[in-house]
Design a binder for this molecule. Structure first.
Ligand SMILES: Nc1nc2c(ncn2[C@@H]2O[C@H](COP(=O)(O)OP(=O)(O)OP(=O)(O)O)[C@@H](O)[C@H]2O)c(=O)[nH]1
Ligand SMILES: [Mg+2]
Length: 450
């Protein structure tokens, strides 16, 4: 598999004592070979090689060794060729799913219904518009029933696709989101083209997702282009990422189209669907342990990129680290109007930071990215794993929420590095704190430091 091979060459490279031109050239050659053997488009491979070659002449920041710098940069380049993280549409009204035979349309229709219902609290309806395969609609009905979903569905035994779409829209008009599952074909022939055009005209989807099976590899690009000649394909779902060695090349091929890969299917079950994030994907297939630490080192260096709109526990962790430096902490205390802090308080705060670090390290990446899932059983596990009490974990979550609230008012704020130079009062007013809230905040902070 691509991930294993990549890890092998990264490991081999890591074991080298120094970063030399020869080492880089050897690494680059092996990287090329691995990617080509995994069905990655040759042009993409050569392009990447050029960029890797150029890394040799980049200036390395003092805080990091040249070898670490090189590995991290190659990793970034790799993640980039896999695609970019696209923001998932949160309020789609009508999603049309299309694709060839067996690509996973029907399975994905139900998975997506469940995803939108759970994640965004949407009432979802599915129109079964496969008029050819007997049992196609029954597959939807059974899956909804088996999984106890509150999704509703509509289809007809009539073979009139126009009537199914029109009546489906009427019957499901109370739904926030309607997903249409279309019929597959072995190829994009004229019949399918006509049928999809007709559906498109009547259904008027705001999103048309092409469902691709990972095993088509780099042909993915051709398929997206083909379907795009009939429909405005503005999203891609790649299924069967669990079973194919060609998933990587399918992803890379999609990068060359204008449609983002929103979701990947990783199994047959309802919950086997995830949003696509290239870095997470790469970490997962490579399972590259040391990389985590390396990434953290970099995130410290690059903490200016803090995402204030989606402030998660990873950002909180970064903030903790920044605050740990006494200078910044005093500054924050000043900003919150606490004034001078004596040494005891600082020591206590330090202990707390250490505790928090252990707690954050005991969470999974998924939990740090989605703090909302941290309910009691997870809190219990994390407390045990970090050698702390549940109360400590809850305290941390409270602190996190407080900071998140603070940052949610920070739309006009610049990057974190700029923030360091801000006058506390100016910062508070930029954060949108009026006097009353500042007073409350001060109280909370005092309380927390006790
Ligand atoms: N392992 C795995 N299997 C999947 C995934 N998605 C779908 N499948 C399986 O692939 C097969 C085909 O899936 P369907 O959802 O019926 O595909 P379809 O595109 O609706 O097929 P047609 O309607 O016949 O064109 C089924 O056996 C699914 O269980 C996935 O992400 N991983
Ligand atoms: Mg189907």
């Amino acid at each position: 598999m691509l991930g294993d091979k990549l890890r092998e060459i990264f490991d081999k490279f890591s074991s080298k004592q120094f970063l030399t031109k020869d080492n880089i050239a050897e690494f680059n050659k092996e990287l090329q070979r691995t990617l080509i053997a995994s069905d990655v488009d040759i042009e993409v491979v050569f392009d990447l090689s050029k960029q890797v070659e150029n890394l040799a002449s980049e200036k390395v920041p003092d805080e990091i060794s040249p070898k670490e710098y090189f590995i991290k940069k190659v990793y970034d380049l790799l993640a980039e060729i896999f695609g970019t993280t696209a923001e998932i549409p949160q309020n789609p009204k009508r999603i049309l799913l299309c694709g060839l035979y067996g690509s996973g349309k029907t399975t994905s229709a139900v998975k997506l219904a469940n995803y939108y219902s759970k994640k965004f609290n949407k009432k979802v309806g599915i129109i079964g518009a496969d008029i050819y395969r007997p049992g196609a609609y029954e597959q939807i009905v059974q899956s909804i029933k088996k999984n106890n979903l509150d999704t509703i569905s509509y289809s007809e035994t009539s073979k009139d696709i126009g009537s199914i779409v029109k009546n489906g829209l009427k019957e499901l008009s109370k739904c926030d989101l309607i997903i249409l599952d279309s019929a597959g074909r072995s190829s994009l022939d004229d019949e399918l083209k006509q049928e999809l055009s007709k559906i498109n005209n009547l259904f008027k989807p705001d999103y048309s997702f092409l469902v691709l099976s990972a095993d088509i590899g780099q042909i993915a690009k051709k398929e997206v282009d083909g379907f795009s000649s009939i429909l405005d394909i503005n999203g891609i779902v790649i299924t069967k990422m669990d079973g194919s060695g060609k998933g990587g090349s399918a992803l890379i091929a999609c990068k060359k189209t204008k449609a983002p890969v929103y979701f990947i299917g990783t199994g047959e079950k309802l919950e086997d669907i995830t949003t696509f994030d290239p870095v997470r994907y790469l970490s997962k297939i490579m399972g590259y342990g040391d990389l985590q630490e390396l990434m953290e080192k970099f995130s410290d260096l690059e903490s200016g990129d803090l995402n204030l709109k989606h402030f998660d526990l990873n950002d909180f962790k970064k903030q903790m680290k920044t605050l740990k430096k006494a200078g910044s902490f005093t500054k924050l205390a000043g900003m919150l109007g606490i004034g001078k802090i004596d040494k005891n308080v600082m020591d206590m705060a330090d202990d707390k930071f250490k505790k928090y670090e252990h707690i954050l390290d005991s969470m999974t990446e998924y939990e740090r990215k989605n703090p909302d899932v941290l309910k009691s059983s997870r809190v219990n596990r994390i407390a045990k794993g970090s050698g702390t009490y549940e109360k400590d974990v809850r305290d941390l979550l409270k602190q996190y929420n407080m900071m998140k609230d603070m940052f949610s008012n920070a739309e006009n704020l610049g990057s974190l590095s700029e923030k360091d130079n801000l006058d506390p009062k100016e910062m508070m007013s930029k954060l949108g704190f009026d006097k009353k809230i500042m007073k409350m905040q001060r109280k909370k902070m005092k309380f927390k430091l006790k």
